[in-house]
Design a protein around this ligand. Structure first.
Ligand code: SF4
Length: 326
């Protein structure tokens, strides 16, 4: 069935390669293919979860989308405009609309700035509002993220980890963005605090009509918040599906293995469950052999998997997978 919702982000054949620095192991012009020909889209108002093991390229993809990194090739259509090759000046209006929340709230907040200065900085850069007008906005945002007026004068070290992440969220909200990239935004927090931050992000999404890309390293973390989920493996998108369907019926062997790695709290159920453990070596992202990148670790690999790199195809309504089994 054709999807009629409006796309806010539409990524086509995006590549981000990093040249390998000079080292005794370097041969010729070698590159690390962190993001290698990735295509997907995010609808207005949805949360798209992006998961995969550490080093799979998900954070690089997030940072390339908001142009912290320049793409090597491909398109990043944001609200209908390709921003992939815009220069810094041309990017200014988009920087205001695309914001980022980082994993470690402590290192992403300037320790010498007060909360007011931290939230005011993007407002000062991206708007022409007076100091008084900006202060009104800061107070409003602080209330939205559950912080108090008195917190404005404090420094990041005076807060707990969860509160610091609230400051990071407040900073991201200050320019009234449309799209927020949450890069492992809750990974460093305690489980109880994670739930609070996720609930707050969901409330803010409804209130402010936000669209999220939610990057996380495990599937249990994105399950609750995501409408759809993309699974990345070694720079490639290997599966995209609605969140519930991905958990109920994962198709790609890598997604199946990621799901079975989620701890089961009930010891009896855990004992009876059939768990897929990923074995085999993680291939090098520098010298990629032809064929499927997962084949060295895949229990279902067949001869074609060593020859042809599978492309992402829709096998059920809205469920895409890159695997020769389908
Ligand atoms: Fe396994 Fe082949 Fe599918 Fe790759 S394409 S995941 S090797 S079955």
């Amino acid at each position: 069935m054709a999807e009629t919702r409006e796309k806010l982000v539409d990524v086509k054949n995006l590549k981000k390669y990093f040249p390998l620095k000079n080292s005794m192991f370097k041969k010729g012009n070698q590159v690390v293919k962190a993001v290698d020909d990735v295509s997907f889209h995010i609808y207005k108002g949805e949360t798209f979860g992006l998961v995969g093991e550490s080093g799979c390229g998900k954070s690089t993809l997030g940072r390339t989308l908001n142009r912290l990194y320049d793409p090597t090739a491909g398109e990043i259509c944001f609200d209908g405009n390709d921003i992939a090759s815009l220069n810094n000046k041309q990017l200014q209006p988009y920087r205001k609309r695309i914001q980022m929340i980082f994993q470690d709230p402590y290192s992403s907040l300037n320790p010498y700035m007060t909360v007011e200065e931290i939230i005011d900085e993007p407002l000062e850069i991206h708007t022409r509002l007076s100091k008084g007008e900006r202060k009104k906005i800061i107070l409003d945002i602080l209330e939205k993220v559950g912080l108090k007026k008195e917190d404005m004068e404090k420094f990041p070290h005076e807060f707990s980890g969860g509160q610091r992440q609230r400051i990071g969220i407040a900073r991201a909200l200050s320019t009234n963005p449309d799209f927020i990239i949450c890069d492992e935004a809750i990974s460093a927090l305690d489980v109880s605090i994670q739930a609070q931050v996720i609930n707050m992000l969901e409330d803010l999404q409804k209130e402010l009509n936000l669209t999220y890309l939610f990057v996380a390293h495990d599937l249990s973390m994105v399950r609750h918040i995501s409408d759809r989920i993309g699974v990345m493996y070694l720079g490639k998108m290997v599966e995209i599906s609605k969140s519930d369907e991905l958990y109920a019926k994962p198709l790609h062997p890598y997604t199946q293995a990621l799901l079975s790695a989620i701890p089961i709290p009930d010891p009896i159920k855990a004992q009876n469950s059939k768990r897929e453990i990923i074995t085999g070596e993680l291939p090098s992202p520098i010298e990629m052999e032809k064929g499927c990148r997962f084949r060295a670790r895949c229990p279902f690999a067949k001869p074609i998997c060593a020859e042809v790199d599978p492309t992402l195809k829709e096998v059920e309504d809205g469920h895409f997978v890159a695997c020769h089994l389908y």
